[in-house]
Design a protein around this ligand. Structure first.
Ligand code: SF4
Length: 278
């Protein structure tokens, strides 16, 4: 289990650097789901954590009170829960910071967007139904138990997430599927993409969104290390991705388009086929 520490925050409703959102709310520092491709690992630098990502979680214990104060003087906007942690990671079962923050947003004109890998979000259906505008996204990367064990060791299984998505949809909560990152070899097979489309559509998701792996140095080091060590059969695919990214991404987009023709659910691609960073 991660080392849990309670901390006081000065601000919880923060301006978003992501254009589609006005604000972000991150109720926790760190994330116990411990995904090895997590780009939020850069947060360690800003929060002076030296322990490995996934082994520490700071609980912003006063976040609901701080949010109340900030809401009094904030203009309505789109709020993301969350950008650098999972708002329904394990600590949320006990501390309920996300739940309490959502409660504060009832009777406001803010629009709430939740992104999670956890079925714990089902606990809060009562509150989600009271928000003026909300949608819940579930991130999916792999259905393979062994791949999950190495790449997202502490997160619930993809099937559990999709089951939760279906329940929320049945309750009238808008849902969507976020395939991110598409892991070369592991997520981009026709079989996996088909399964995502099938489950997304059957579960009542509004759409499926795809984002590619962005090989930031820390992320790339983790992903290539795990692949070399435990999945040697995937090395060639990973090399092709790294050295031929425009060709890989074009091929991926073509494959997604072809598969999408079998379904009525819509999809979006949010990566650029001409990446600028390597
Ligand atoms: S759930 Fe999201 S924030 Fe948490 S470790 Fe995984 S990728 Fe990072």
């Amino acid at each position: 289990m991660p080392l849990i520490k309670k901390i006081q925050c000065k601000s919880i409703l923060n301006k978003s650097g992501i254009p589609v959102f006005t604000y972000t709310i991150n109720p926790y520092v760190g994330c116990s789901h411990k995904c090895q491709y997590c780009y939020a690992v850069f947060m360690k630098k800003f929060t002076r954590h030296t322990a490995p990502w996934g082994t520490f979680v700071d609980v912003k214990i006063n976040a609901p009170e701080v949010l109340s104060r900030q809401l009094e003087r904030s203009k309505p906007g789109r709020i993301s829960f969350s950008t650098v942690c999972d708002p329904y990671q394990h600590a949320e079962a006990k501390y309920k910071i996300t739940r309490q923050c959502l409660e504060k947003l009832i009777d406001t004109n803010h629009s709430v967007s939740i992104l999670t890998k956890s079925s714990l979000v089902l606990r809060d259906i009562d509150i989600l139904k009271k928000l003026s505008s909300v949608k819940v996204g579930f991130t999916i990367t792999t259905f393979h138990p062994r791949v999950k064990r190495f790449f997202e060791p502490k997160a619930p299984s993809a099937q559990k997430r999709l089951d939760a998505l279906k329940i929320l949809s049945h309750h009238g909560i808008p849902t969507w599927v976020f395939v991110a990152p598409v892991l070369p070899y592991f997520t981009d097979s026709e079989e996996t993409l088909n399964r995502i489309f099938t489950n997304g559509q059957a579960g009542g998701a509004r759409y499926i969104q795809f984002d590619a792996l962005n090989p930031y140095p820390k992320v790339w080091n983790n992903v290539s290390y795990l692949t070399k060590r435990y999945f040697p059969e995937a090395i060639d695919a990973l090399k092709f991705f790294y050295y031929n990214r425009p060709a890989y991404l074009k091929r991926l987009s073509d494959k997604i388009f072809k598969i999408s023709q079998r379904y009525t659910i819509s999809y979006k691609i949010v990566y650029s086929c001409t990446p600028s960073t390597l």
